[in-house]
Design a protein around this ligand. Structure first.
Ligand code: NAP
Length: 346
């Protein structure tokens, strides 16, 4: 019986809880695929889970991480449409095939074991094929699983973005810069904020951001965004800050615009907690919570990225060892990254 390396969080009080061990390669049933994992993309969620800051249930001794790209190495006897050698990505929640994810019970790397291992056994229904001869690297595909589907959901999950509309992205992390790359390719005008001029310069030159705002130097970034849109406001915002930034997002949004509430990177104090209901009413805008995306949304973003060879922002890739993964998590936690951070598994 062959074995493979599987990472688990033996405790959740810091990254040193991460341990690798040898476990038996799982046997698949007739509806499953066995996937040899090639790349894993990290998310802020993985840091929150490893440090007990994640607000949703997490299983004990969990295998972390949700985003895997790999290659099919075994196909169950009743599985249609897949063959050995197919490059694939696996949906964040393989039970959420379409519509809204209905609960937080099945996301990889939290309530159920995740993908930081060499072989992954999964129902074929949660698996999406990616182009065989793509110019994108393995890690760029892995990076679409959570981040890509989330950004796609923010742009297309409600009233779909149209060419020429303006989208604002908060910060230069994974969701933001991936969303920027998607929106640019779809013909949108883009505004991105950051605490760093260097990061803004990089994002402008590499991903073609139309406008940049340093939210440290320009704390009233909403007023600046309104200026950039001739006082009208922006059509879409991918809201990553949460309660600490939502007030300004509503100030920056156009009447009737859409704010996708994605992240919780900046918390308002209780005294400064904005009255979101009144503010949303004042703009007639949509303030919409996002739960990643369904498998269908992952399929849609994979198709768009594949057809247009969109340069998905992966900044750094680390090795598949305890040291490598801890270094990757620490690098992300430091906030120095731009876009995505990944682990090369094979
Ligand atoms: N709801 C969902 O389904 C879903 C899915 C994916 C992610 N998320 C959440 O979305 C958030 C972003 O995820 P991510 O993976 O992109 O994280 P990330 O890569 O770690 O992004 C971190 C970046 O966010 C920026 N940031 C921090 N505070 C900010 C603020 N007050 N205003 C503007 N930007 C700020 C910083 O950019 P600069 O250094 O440029 O300032 C920071 O480097 C996280 O809270 C994550 O948990 C939610």
């Amino acid at each position: 019986m062959s074995t493979h390396t599987v990472f688990r969080l033996t405790h959740r009080n810091g990254f040193d809880g991460l341990e690798a061990s040898n476990e038996t390669v799982p046997e698949i049933d007739r509806h499953e695929l066995l996937i040899k994992v090639r790349s894993v993309a990290l998310n802020f969620r993985d840091i929150a889970i490893a440090t007990s800051q994640y607000p949703f249930p997490v299983k004990d001794n969990v295998t972390p991480c949700s985003d895997a790209m790999g290659e099919v190495v075994e196909v169950g006897s009743s599985v249609p449409g897949f063959e050995k050698g197919d490059p694939v990505v696996v949906a964040f929640d393989p039970t959420a095939l379409y519509g809204t994810i209905d609960n937080w019970d099945n996301g990889h790397g939290g309530p159920v074991d995740g993908v930081l291992k060499q072989y992954l056994q999964v129902s074929y229904q949660g698996v999406v094929k990616i182009p065989k001869n793509s110019s994108l690297k393995d890690e760029q595909w892995a990076a679409l699983v959570c981040t890509g589907a989330t950004a796609w959901n923010g742009l297309y999950g409600n009233i779909p973005l149209r060419p020429g509309q303006t989208v604002l992205f908060q910060g230069t992390g994974g969701v933001s810069v991936t969303g920027l790359a998607l929106a640019k390719a779809a013909g949108a005008k883009t505004i991105i904020t950051s605490s760093s001029d260097d990061k803004l310069a990089y994002v402008k030159s590499t991903f073609g951001a139309d406008y940049t705002i340093n939210y440290k130097k320009t704390p009233d970034w909403a007023a600046e965004a309104k200026k950039l849109t001739n006082g009208v406001g922006v059509d879409y915002i991918l809201e990553n800050g949460g309660s600490g930034t939502i007030k300004q997002s509503i100030e920056a949004i156009k009447f009737g615009g859409i704010i996708s509430v994605i992240g919780f990177l900046s918390q308002a104090s209780q005294e400064e907690m904005p009255d979101v209901a009144a503010l949303a009413l004042s703009k007639g805008c949509v303030v919409r919570g996002i739960i990643i995306g369904s498998k269908q949304q992952l399929e849609e973003v994979v198709r768009f990225v594949g057809n247009h060879d969109i340069n998905i922002p992966v900044e750094k890739t680390f090795g598949f060892s305890k040291e490598g993964v801890v270094e990757a998590l620490e690098y992300m936690a430091s906030g120095s990254h731009i876009g995505k951070v990944c682990v090369k598994v094979s």
